[in-house]
Design a protein around this ligand. Structure first.
Ligand code: BGP
Length: 469
């Protein structure tokens, strides 16, 4: 009997890894870098801060060499806005440009495709001081100017661009917008929708500019869909899951790709008195300049039940709204395992997201983040046996492969993260990397790079083009 060979990934499939500037670089006050909102965060003293991070700024050559040895075909990283424009606008800091020039040139030397995120959480504090940042319409112009600086200096070599990382996440965390005063939930929501709207307009303008300035440039947002799965067969739970997916995820892609407030999202905003100030011409601009692809950061699913509550007293701290009065609530799911941090690990959710994006927007997907945070332990003989991470990555890659085999367009897979980074909320206590960084929260130690078991596994996945997952 003839064996049917296992289908492989396309030869030019971008197997890669991800990082972000503030979580990797360090060198927070070197060579003219200005302050970002992240530098101004009050940190829990027990957690690592971002001053040194994993010292990628000084060790990028070693890090990129490790990527090359693993056979990476892409590296997704962000540029630090305030390293390039210390005040967020105004004078360019040429030392910042030179740093990223070196990074890009080295990647290209090793045939690793640079995938650049224009803005990944580290908004310049200068713009907050000048006019409250994203709350003001002026933010659109300054973002577009910053993007134009990047396209001009790097557009000859960088062809894949991501506009804004996880817009829906950042708008719900006032301190990441640089806003520190005490606020009610309603005020937070109002600020979030206005900031989000400005980001949508800025995205459309950056897409337009990228197409004008970067030959063969491709650009899209990096989204964070947490797919909602119905908690039961009850029709109201199925409807609640649909509503959750619209309100928590697809509303944003409807803005970016179609230039519309979807009916359910519009009603949601109007009911709560938080509809933003808009200009009709903006929506037309979004319609005329949709993304070329959608970046997807996928970590988890959410299980959704109908909520019959008429009022939510207080939603508590955090970005994910656990409940929306009269619409949905997030519940636990006995069929889905959770990580140590309570994240519902659901590899099939990745396939659901890819299919849904293609069906709704007819666009390809680039996986820009996917990975497992864990408290890895270094043994005495300097090994990290992260079999759990290999399982997680393998399960997700299998779903991806099924999508590709069916014919869904997927450009690449940049896992989070190539090397350990400072986790957004858990410092060095939650590691995602294939490469271990020898530092703890309180001690920088020698910052040595140590390959984990998952590093060797991923190198083999790439070398066999996905035949051995
Ligand atoms: C995404 C962010 C990343 C990274 C990742 C893991 O939301 O884009 O920057 O932090 O999540 O999150 P954490 O480190 O909080 O576990």
């Amino acid at each position: 009997m003839k064996m049917i060979p296992e289908p492989l990934f396309p030869k030019d499939f971008l197997f890669g890894g991800s990082s972000s500037a503030f979580q990797a670089e360090g060198a927070y006050d070197e060579h003219g870098r200005g302050r970002s909102v992240i530098d101004m965060l009050l940190r829990n003293e027990k957690l690592a801060d971002y001053k040194v991070a994993v010292d990628h700024y000084h060790r990028f050559e070693e890090d990129i060499k490790l990527m090359h040895e693993a056979g990476l075909r892409a590296y997704r990283f962000s540029m630090s806005w305030s390293r390039i424009l210390p005040e967020g606008n105004g004078e360019i800091n040429m030392a910042g440009i030179e740093f990223y020039d070196k990074v890009i040139n080295l990647l290209l030397k090793y045939k690793i495709e640079p995938v650049v995120t224009i803005y990944h959480f580290d908004y310049p504090q200068g713009l907050v001081d000048q006019y409250q940042g994203w709350l003001s319409r002026q933010s659109i112009e300054d973002y577009v100017h910053y993007a134009s600086v990047l396209f001009k200096h790097f557009g000859d070599r960088v062809k894949y661009w991501l506009t804004i990382n996880e817009q829906d996440h950042v708008i719900h965390l006032p301190e990441r917008l640089g806003i520190k005063r005490e606020m009610t939930d309603k005020e937070i929501d109002k600020i979030a929708t206005q900031a989000s709207y400005h980001m949508c307009v800025a995205t459309a303008k950056a897409i337009k500019l990228c197409h004008e300035m970067v030959e063969n440039g491709k650009i899209g947002p990096a989204m964070n869909p947490m797919i909602g799965i119905p908690a039961s067969m009850k029709p109201e739970d199925v409807q609640a899951a649909i509503d959750y997916n619209e309100i928590a995820s697809y509303y944003l892609l409807d803005m970016h790709c179609k230039g519309i407030f979807s009916p359910i999202y519009k009603k949601y905003l109007l009911d709560r008195g938080i509809f933003p100030q808009i200009e009709e011409a903006d929506l037309e601009e979004m319609r005329t300049h949709p993304p070329d692809f959608i970046g997807v950061n996928y970590y988890m699913a959410k299980t959704i039940e109908h909520s019959s509550e008429t009022e939510i007293k207080h939603r508590g701290k955090g970005v994910i709204k656990q409940e929306e009065a009269g619409i949905y609530k997030i519940v636990s799911n006995p069929h889905i395992p959770v990580s140590e941090w309570g994240w519902e690990i659901c590899a099939p959710g990745l396939k659901m997201v890819i299919m849904e994006i293609f069906n709704r927007y007819n666009l390809p997907v680039l996986i820009t983040e996917n990975g497992l945070g864990a408290l890895d332990e270094l043994t005495e003989d300097k090994q990290i046996d992260d079999e759990y991470r290999i399982r997680y990555l393998s399960d997700h890659l299998k779903q991806l492969k099924e999508c590709i085999d069916m014919g869904y367009p997927v450009i690449g897979y940049c896992l989070w993260s190539f090397m350990d980074l400072i986790s957004g909320h858990d410092g060095m206590g939650k590691r995602y990397g294939l490469v271990y960084i020898n530092r703890s929260n309180s001690d920088l130690m020698d910052l040595a790079r140590i390959k984990k078991k998952s590093y060797h596994w991923y190198a083999n996945v790439i070398a066999t083009n996905g035949a051995e997952l």
